[in-house]
Design a protein. Sequence first.
Length: 331
Amino acid sequence: AKEPVRVLVTGAAGQIGYALVPMIARGVMLGADQPVILHMLDIPPAAEALNGVKMELVDAAFPLLKGVVATTDVVEACTGVNIAVMVGGFPRKEGMERKDVMSKNVSIYKSQASALEQHAAPNCKVLVVANPANTNALILKEFAPSIPAKNITCLTRLDHNRALGQISEKLNVQVSDVKNVIIWGNHSSTQYPDVNHATVKTPSGEKPVRELVKDDAWLNGEFITIVQQRGAAIIKARKLSSALSAASAACDHIRDWVLGTSEGTWVSMGVYSDGSYNAPAGVIYSFPVTCRNGEWTIVQGLAIDELSRKKLDLTGAELTEEKELAYSCLS
Ligand code: NAX
């Protein structure tokens, strides 16, 4: 039998946490043959609710779940973890300045970075979900210098999956037959969902999405806006932000990272930019990646047309600006 993998979920008493922990305990994230030990962290005001989640995990009698640590102590939460999914953060409240929200999250991610660096298992893989996801991940990276930069990522897989979903709805095809969309840049409304290399599996082979949709105006306009604004549309409908889709995307992200992407398929991940595609280097930027042996690689050599170039630059500029704002909160 396999040794259990320790998975940390921060903000585990929140709504994404509530959707995510049962998925992990059922093997959705790491496979149906992989035992897990869940580490759940939240803050003291949520301690009772967190304990309630732990009670439900016990009640669910998940065969793969070999243990649960539910705590408000960051060190206890981080000790020995192999995977860390960072969902906890400070939400933007009505009337709050952007800088104040950034400042709260910078201090959270700075201290959690140190705890992970000192107490997590070697080679721990980190996924930041909490917003501003790219910049929180960057802060985590900066304050955990002994964790390799390639181990620190942020979630843009939800945006990626939303793009797949929209193409599947538009063409009335199975979502599993659509692949290779790309989310470039920031997990924010400046993200660029790009279908220029996306394909659909048809009875007569793989066909480019553009050829099948036959509506460039929609693909270059409404489609992009729908994906960029989908989070707001969910809030409007549910009066709560996306939770089950975010949890599912977090599982997809880690599963593909650990177990690999399938041949000929790439996914989107926010990773530490090396300046590929002339994106700014030194920020966490979402790129198309393939994964193998537990490591991601940015897909190289894709053609970037003029419209795309502008959109890659715009979202990159926003990330550079967020980075500066985050650094200004440190001093
Ligand atoms: P909730 O407010 O329901 O849950 C957040 C939880 O984090 C709360 O239980 C809170 O007590 C806890 N928390 C706060 N500070 C903490 C700290 N210092 N340490 C540990 N826990 C802490 O929010 P939820 O809807 O679950 O969303 C969580 C985060 O995901 C938010 O930042 C949200 O903006 C972000 N999202 C990111 C997405 C992405 O694709 N990257 C999509 C979904 C989501 O909007």
